[in-house]
Design a protein around this ligand. Structure first.
Ligand code: SF4
Length: 59
C-alpha cells in the first residue's frame, strides 16, 4: 500500500485521531510509511474521513 498526501491539508488532525501510528499532524500531516503495514484498514478509514480528501491510498 502506498499513501500520498496531495496539496490542501488543513491540519485538522482527523487522520491522526483515526490512525496515529501512520499519520502525524503538526501544521500539516506527515506519513510514517514504516507503519503502514498492519494498519491498512485504519489508513483507508482515515483517507475516507479526511474532510478535504487529500489522502490518496494506492493498493
Ligand atoms: S484528515 Fe486530511 S486535512 Fe486533516 S490533517 Fe489529515 S490529511 Fe490533513
Amino acid at each position: 500500500m502506498k499513501v500520498t498526501i496531495e496539496e490542501g491539508c488543513i491540519g485538522c488532525g482527523a487522520c491522526e485521531a483515526i490512525c496515529e501510528a501512520v499519520f502525524h499532524v503538526e501544521d500539516l500531516v506527515s506519513v510514517d510509511e514504516a507503519n503502514i503495514a498492519g494498519n491498512e484498514d485504519a489508513v483507508k478509514e482515515a483517507a475516507e474521513g479526511c474532510p478535504v480528501s487529500v489522502i490518496v491510498v494506492e493498493e
